[in-house]
Write a protein that binds this ligand. Sequence first.
Ligand SMILES: [Zn+2]
Length: 236
Amino acid sequence: MSEERRQWVCATLDVEGGERVAGSPTRPVSMGMAAKKKLWKPDSILRVRFLEGSPALHERVLQAASAWLVDGVRLRFAPAQRGEPAPIRIAFDPGRGSWSYIGTDCRGIHPSQPTMNLGWATLATPEHDFQSVVIHEFGHALGLLHEHNHPEALIQWNRAAVYADLEGPPNNWDREKIDHNVFARFDASTVVTTDFDKASVMIYTIPSNWTLDGKSFMPSWKLSEGDVETIRKLYS
Ligand SMILES: [Zn+2]
């Protein structure tokens, strides 16, 4: 059952689904989560422009991303034609990690700039690693948030270990950025949630040394039942 997979950390920054709260939650419930105000209109055709990379790589990305388009989901992805506006713009800069803006926030980014970077996705990337990172970042592009930022997330962080790992390369984050990305939680009134599902593609990579109880998480390489439930709830 054990599978060697790359432990990649998503560097998505603009994850305010709304207000951040510092509270101390006590109930381990519902986690699948999306930013209410950042969802696309159902029946949208989301144009995707690739700012670099080969046609074969583009096709591989779109193929992986289509995992979200399960029965009932009223959305489509389509490659943008030349000159056509594209709210989702993808770069493959290996020096910038993997991240995406959240949902309709993509529309506020200057058209010359990427809204998503897939720094670890190449034609040589093993299938499960590739799917894991592409599906996860497209989840952000569809408005989904990291599950560990849920208002009721119960993760026993080993803060010293998280700081030690993320302050160093390749992330080189300062403490404020780590606090914001890893430890902050969302205000429940600003997010849509479904039941907790640790098999989600939207789980953040959490190595066991980051938790006091030794629990670890890794984003799945395929949609879980909870992910399917979440995307249908949002877009059907
Ligand atoms: Zn992410």
